[in-house]
Design a protein around this ligand. Structure first.
Ligand code: HEM
Length: 535
């Protein structure tokens, strides 16, 4: 292949083990003569304490499980590669986009959000779409979802959202994301979730296959070129097989018939050589353009309509190898929004800013200490050199005497790269100094314009599915006030939608929820944005 990159991540060959036909040993490499019988004092006597083979086998088994991910516990993954269609160095110095035909190995994990590790695949839920690019300049993780917006605008609310979404603490139900009171209680008190809910109740949340889902980076990111100039960017993955969903009754039936429906489909397609493919698209816009949009690009409950900024297709991802071992790869992989490479930078989106902290933090506990970057599936293909040392399960054997700088003793100390364009994207707009503040920008308070935009973009059949989904989910909510609150939210989106859901629940549509519920947004006037996005 071009640039000598093996598409299926050949670097893992150094740790791929095949024990077929090999002599059985202990973990110390000692041959095991009998793997059926423990060592006893006489055939009917007690087991000897000295049976280190039995004890090693049981002890290792006792510690086989690690904690599942706090969210996105259920997932399926595959290896592949990304191929750039062109040279994008005018807008980003990120290594994967350096030349037409350049290939970068990837590992991709798809997931549901709410269910536990063994939950069913075809539930109504958001799907994770996390891509690890093993670039020449280190790992870049694009940790996205199959829906382009999110429930909340600020990382401060994430633990509350997840506590509301997850099975309820007293009885551990339900595994499905949304069919319960705590979820609907929280989101109806959080009108910023209205747009995301529209997608969540649409067919998008019951994909036909992992191979037929779009993926989105969700947040606004920055691309930075070698001169340090930057533009804003939204990332899109478009499946070449098309975007397809299940019907709700199909999804519900498959849940019972085959809990592994999506996992099996991905595995079998790759085994059969029908490699799933996605094109990567970028929406690129400047800060000046962003200031003229009728919404704030730092608000993750908003998308950038393609009518405003078209999607530029820049490359293709192909998944062409199943993992050899589910635990070693799919379970131990650690994606992190903080993993960016020179040429990719963050925006000030307050949800993204919190994520930059959370992933590494949770993985220290999920994967046992600070050295999980050495686990083969997480290891960078670019060489790693720094003065970090020790910690649980350290693999690398650092040579030399010094692990500090500056120093005058060691020959083996790494030096600073001092490269241009490495996450140093200064804003191109002069920013006045500002005081610290807990709050949010005015445009963040427009919770309904884009929800309405989504509703009117749907075909009549798709609209009917959304109405039916709201009816079904809300009919399972026990607390009447929650249903009424939901209807008052929907009354701000569209009267036909609100009426359709109300009829199904045997209720009248109540007055619409006040437009700005946040005490910090008293002066917000949504009319300019509404007129721009009006029907
Ligand atoms: C997984 C936190 C928002 C996509 C996770 C995990 C945590 C987390 C702690 C488990 C990671 C692990 O154990 O390896 C957060 C926080 C958020 C947030 C604090 C908001 C403040 C989002 C958003 C997206 C997203 C907006 C999509 C754009 C994912 C995906 C995974 C994940 C795809 C699964 C990664 C995998 O397959 O291993 N998140 N998350 N998260 N999150 Fe988020």
């Amino acid at each position: 292949p071009p640039h000598g990159v093996n598409p299926a991540n050949a670097s893992l060959d150094r740790v791929r083990v095949d024990s077929g036909g090999q002599r059985l040993t202990t973990n110390q490499g000692v041959p095991v003569a009998d793997n059926q019988n423990s060592l006893k004092v006489g055939l009917r006597g007690p087991t000897a304490m000295e049976d280190f083979i039995l004890r090693e086998k049981l002890t290792h088994f006792d510690h086989e499980r690690i904690p599942e991910r706090v969210v996105h516990a259920r997932g399926s993954a595959a290896h592949g590669y990304f191929e750039s269609y062109g040279d994008l160095s005018d807008i980003t110095r990120a290594a994967p986009f350096a030349a037409a035909g350049k290939r970068t190995p990837v590992f991709v994990r798809f997931s549901t959000v709410a269910g536990e590790r063994g939950s069913a695949d075809t539930v109504r839920d958001v799907r994770g779409f996390a891509v690890k690019f093993y670039t020449d300049e280190g790992n870049w993780d694009l940790v996205g979802n199959n829906i382009p917006v999110f429930f909340i605008q600020d990382a401060m609310k994430f633990p509350d959202l997840v506590h509301a979404v997850k099975p309820e603490p007293h009885n551990g139900m339900p595994q499905a994301a949304s069919a319960h009171d705590t979820f609907w209680d929280f989101v109806t008190l959080m009108p910023e979730s209205t747009h995301m809910l529209m997608w969540h109740l649409s067919d998008r949340a019951i994909p036909r296959s992992l191979r037929t889902m779009q993926g989105f980076g969700v947040h606004t990111f920055r691309l930075v070129n070698a001169e340090g100039a930057s533009v804003f960017c939204k990332f899109h993955w478009n499946p070449l097989a098309g975007t397809h969903s299940l019907m709700w009754d199909e999804a519900a039936k498959i849940c019972g018939a085959d809990a592994d429906f999506h996992r099996r489909d991905l595995w079998e397609a790759i085994e059969a050589g029908a490699y799933p493919e996605w094109e990567l698209g970028l929406q690129i816009f400047t800060e000046e353009e962003a200031e003229r949009f009728p919404f704030d690009v730092l608000d993750p409950t908003k998308l950038v309509p393609e009518e405003l900024v078209p999607v530029r297709v820049v490359g293709k991802m192909t998944l062409n190898r199943n993992p050899d071992n589910f635990f070693a790869e799919t379970e131990q992989v650690a994606f992190c929004t903080a993993h960016v490479v020179p040429g990719i930078d963050f925006s000030n989106d307050p949800l993204l800013q919190g994520r930059i902290h959370s992933y590494l933090d949770t993985q220290i506990s999920r994967l046992g200490g600070a050295n999980f970057h050495e686990i083969p599936v997480n290891a960078s293909l670019a060489p790693v050199h720094n003065n970090q040392r020790d910690g649980m399960h350290r693999q690398a054997i650092a040579r030399g005497r010094v692990a500090y700088e500056p120093n005058s003793l060691g020959g083996g100390c790494p030096f600073q790269a001092g490269m241009a364009g490495f996450t140093t994207a200064a804003s191109s707009r002069p920013q006045p100094p500002e005081d610290k503040v807990r709050g949010k920008p005015e445009l963040f308070a427009d919770h309904y314009s884009q929800a309405r935009l989504f509703w009117i973009s749907q075909s009549p059949a798709e609209q009917a599915h959304i109405v039916n989904a709201y009816r079904f989910e809300l009919s399972r909510v026990q607390t009447p006030a929650i249903r009424v609150r939901l209807l008052s939210m929907l009354a701000n989106v569209d009267p036909i939608l609100a009426e359709g859901v109300a009829q199904g629940l045997g209720l009248e549509v109540p007055p619409p929820m006040p437009l700005a519920t946040d005490a910090e947004q008293p002066h917000y006037d949504p009319s300019p944005a509404l007129s721009l996005l009006a029907r």
